[in-house]
Design a protein around this ligand. Structure first.
Ligand SMILES: Cc1cc2nc3c(=O)[nH]c(=O)nc-3n(C[C@H](O)[C@H](O)[C@H](O)COP(=O)(O)OP(=O)(O)OC[C@H]3O[C@@H](n4cnc5c(N)ncnc54)[C@H](O)[C@@H]3O)c2cc1C
Length: 396
């Protein structure tokens, strides 16, 4: 892979993370998943080396970098076969939102732990009746004295069992207009009324997905990210929900692109190794263009998607949220599609072995689809580009 577009620091980070990933690799993750556990050793070691908090502010124990660095970490761990999905939610979404919008108390309470990996935070926006249409979410927060009372339901929320808290997207009523406005709440795992049911997925992944029930969940005033209007200096919690949400969703898309790129590269590497040596006629199968060209195509598509991811990360880290939004959507789209095709071609290249547990590629077929569906589906990105970028009319 060419790295001339990256600084020396980025190249060094890539190489160091790749070396760490190699020491763990697919075999490690396969063992962890089979035992129903979590990749705790890898998480702890990556954290100790400063990789998990590389995007968080230095004054709170982070590396002082941005999403560009964090996406390198996730991509390289994935390319080694051992991605850490919780990086997408804990340091990337929750860490970013708290670092940018949290009160000083929230920053002190959460950022050092998120940065050193000792604490994790899940992120819950998806609802059963809203799905791709997050304007329809109905998890509602109402004031009760100084407290907040949350009611609602969420689905497919990753890692709630291992996360110390979940950053829950709810809505509060605007006193002036009566319209519901998005608001983000930090809900500790064991808060009374905060229930979870494991959703059984056809995914060979360590991170589990949950349906969440919020049944009169009582939270103190300071559970609202950014605090109430009394904290507001142009960015108070109750009035800044939308801004906060977008501040978190762009890193999520960029990190999902990194996740997809890592998985695509991992699968492609396995296929290339196989095609170089597997011989059933005179030459190794990789000499047949029907085998080689789709692999070359997969490589090109992954490289192109990385360029878009780098652009999105660069714009985001430079503070251009608007341009980053468009680029992050495109990067997620491109990487998701490239990943699905790379994995499909990799499985095919291995013939029957593509479906064996020994080679472990077939389970990536479903895993790759996650990047096409979440956190925003391929179609919703095409809708976004149709309307926002191209100015085409809306059908819904
Ligand atoms: C493994 C996994 C982990 C996840 N982790 C989290 C998490 O941690 N936190 C969280 O909040 N969520 C999480 N999600 C949820 C994920 O973000 C949603 O699945 C995703 O947003 C799609 O919503 P949905 O499943 O309700 O699909 P729906 O919205 O029901 O969509 C179904 C299909 O219809 C299409 N569609 C819908 N509307 C339109 C339209 N207007 N035009 C064209 N096509 C349309 C979609 O593209 C899709 O193909 C996770 C999902 C998975 C699979």
């Amino acid at each position: 892979m060419s790295t001339v577009l990256e600084t020396e620091e980025h190249q060094a980070l890539r190489a160091a993370v790749a070396a760490l990933g190699k020491r763990y690799g697919r075999a490690y993750l396969t063992r962890v998943v089979a035992a129903g556990g979590h990749p705790e050793e890898l998480w702890a070691e990556a954290a100790k080396l400063g990789y998990l908090g590389v995007n968080l502010p230095e004054e709170y124990g982070g590396g002082g970098g941005g999403i560009a660095e964090l996406s390198i970490v996730l991509e390289e761990l994935g390319a080694a076969g051992s991605p850490l999905l919780m990086m997408v939610v804990s340091p990337a979404i929750c860490g970013t939102v708290i670092a940018r919008f949290g009160t000083d108390e929230q920053k002190r309470a959460w950022l050092p732990g998120l940065a050193d990996g000792s604490r994790t935070m899940a992120f819950g926006i998806t609802e059963p009746d809203a799905g791709s249409n997050s304007h329809r979410i109905t998890t509602t927060a109402r004031k009760d004295g100084g407290d907040w009372i949350l009611n609602g339901r969420k689905v497919f929320i990753s890692g709630v069992d291992i996360a110390d808290a979940t950053l829950v997207v709810g809505r509060t009523e605007d006193a002036r207009t009566g319209r519901l406005k998005p608001c983000l709440f930090i809900v500790p795992r064991d808060t009374p009324g905060f229930g979870r049911n494991h959703i059984r997925m056809e995914l060979a992944a360590a991170e589990k997905q949950f349906e969440l029930t919020l049944d009169d969940v009582r939270l103190p005033a300071d559970a609202l990210v950014g605090g109430g209007p009394s904290h507001a200096v142009g960015k108070g919690g109750e009035d800044a929900g939308l801004l906060q949400l977008f501040a978190g969703l762009n890193p999520e898309r960029i990190m999902t692109a990194a996740f997809a790129l890592g998985m695509g590269r991992y699968a492609l590497d396995r296929a290339v190794d196989y095609a170089r040596t597997r011989q059933v006629w005179k030459e190794p199968i990789g000499a047949h263009q029907a085998v080689a060209h789709p692999l070359a195509q997969a490589h090109i598509e992954l490289e192109l998607a990385r360029l878009m991811m780098q652009k999105a990360a660069h714009l985001y880290d430079a503070g251009d949220d608007l341009a980053a939004g468009e680029a992050a959507n495109m990067a997620k789209y491109a990487a998701g599609e490239a990943c699905v095709r790379a994995v499909d071609q990799a499985v095919h290249t291995l013939g029957g072995n593509g479906l064996t547990q020994e080679y472990g590629l077939a389970s990536l077929v479903t895993a790759a689809r996650v990047a096409r569906i979440a956190p925003v589906s391929r179609e919703m990105i095409l809708n976004f580009v149709s309307h926002q970028t191209l100015g085409l009319p809306k059908s819904y």
